[in-house]
Design a protein around this ligand. Structure first.
Ligand code: URA
Ligand code: SF4
Length: 233
């Protein structure tokens, strides 16, 4: 498959996932949601932002991060010269937990295949986790206070940039500063991740070349002799 067809197939896959999410009834959150919130953004982006789950306004509009937390997220992206249109934004659970309670483990695991499919469709260089639930999905057992603002590698090999959830800063003013400090490290983290991925791709091409079972070779004296024999008969 050539490169030019990849964005299209990624977009098609993402649209199919969104359709499935909008009709999903795989967990109890389906019964209380207004609209499911599949996620949205730039389908060519190298950056996937993963929040926790839709809030009240997201539930009404079907779009991620459009309430107060979304406003702060927009300010954070603007601080590094980015906007929502530069990234893809989604959540661990696609339907609103009633009263904004934490999503239950069964709800998160029921919804996980959608996030996994979105990761495959986008194939981002970096996943930015927003908050605890998103962090746990990529770095199980990690503590946000210890890992925020620096590029990490998940067990699955993904580059992960953990951040506090913007909503937390709405309740705890000191986190606002931390969020802005952390987001300023994101462009450099993206470059580091891209460089690491490029190096790994180059290394795997070298390995493939080294084990190529049928190296191309010039005709040898043996070949010429065989051809001659063939002609003589
Ligand atoms: N908080 C989230 O985690 N996700 C949203 O989409 C909105 C608020
Ligand atoms: Fe389906 Fe996820 Fe919504 Fe549950 S939260 S109903 S698994 S889309």
């Amino acid at each position: 498959m050539d490169d030019a067809s990849e964005p299209l197939s990624g977009a098609t896959a993402m649209a199919q996932i969104a359709d499935q999410v909008r009709g999903c009834v795989l967990c109890p959150l389906a019964a209380t949601r207004t609209l499911a919130v599949p996620g949205e953004g730039n389908l060519l982006s190298d950056v996937l932002l993963v929040g926790e789950g839709p809030g009240a306004r997201e539930d009404r509009t079907g779009r991620p991060f459009v309430g107060p937390a979304g406003e702060l997220l927009g300010e954070l992206l603007a601080a590094i010269g980015w906007s929502r249109e530069d990234v893809f934004i989604t959540n661990v659970v696609k339907c609103r937990p009633p009263g904004n309670r934490d999503p239950e483990p069964e709800e998160k695991s029921a919804c996980a295949p959608y996030l996994e499919a979105q990761e495959r469709a986008l194939d981002p260089a970096v996943v930015v986790t927003l908050g605890r639930h998103s962090l746990q999905r990529y770095l199980p057992g990690a503590r946000i206070g210890a890992v925020h603002g620096r590029l990490r590698r998940s067990f699955g090999g993904q580059h992960v940039f953990p951040m506090y959830h913007p909503a937390a800063a709405l309740h705890q003013a000191s986190l606002r500063e931390t969020l802005f400090r952390d987001v300023r490290g994101l462009p450099a983290a993206l470059l580091d991740a891209r460089r690491a991925l490029d190096d790994e791709r180059a290394a795997s091409i070298q390995v493939e070349a080294a084990v190529d079972p049928e190296p191309i070779r010039d005709a040898t004296a043996d070949d010429t002799e065989q051809m001659t024999l063939f002609q003589e008969h």
